[in-house]
Design a protein. Structure first.
Length: 113
């Protein structure tokens, strides 16, 4: 999956938006929820490799890192809750599942009265 396809995949969610908040890093895309502005993905290049940071449950983060060599602790984010994924090495179905999980973990919660 290339950068364009990755962004397109992230934008398949109704509440998703693509933003570029870092003036010094114009290619760094932050994928957010429109409704609460929370991030669910950070798409960036590091040493000419395409990565995405994705949120996950802390116990799952460790399991994913152990199971897949292309999943590592997140770059510049809480390493207990975020993983960095080497997009070019990741299996597409696994990557899509991780994106969906990140989106679900960061989406607005329904208020209980």
């Amino acid at each position: 999956m290339n950068r364009k396809e990755l962004i397109k995949q992230c934008l398949t969610f109704d509440d998703a938006s693509e933003t570029y908040p870092f003036k010094d890093y114009p290619d760094m895309a932050v994928m957010r929820h429109k409704s609460n502005n929370k991030w669910f993905g950070l798409i960036f290049y590091l040493e000419n490799k395409l990565y995405i940071n994705l949120k996950c449950n802390p116990w799952e983060a460790s399991v994913l890192r152990d199971e897949y060599p292309y999943v590592m602790p997140a770059w510049h984010m809480n390493k207990a809750h975020w993983n960095k994924v080497d997009v070019e090495k990741a299996e597409k179905d696994i990557l899509i599942g991780m994106i969906e999980t990140s989106f679900d973990l960061t989406k607005p919660r329904k208020k209980i009265n």
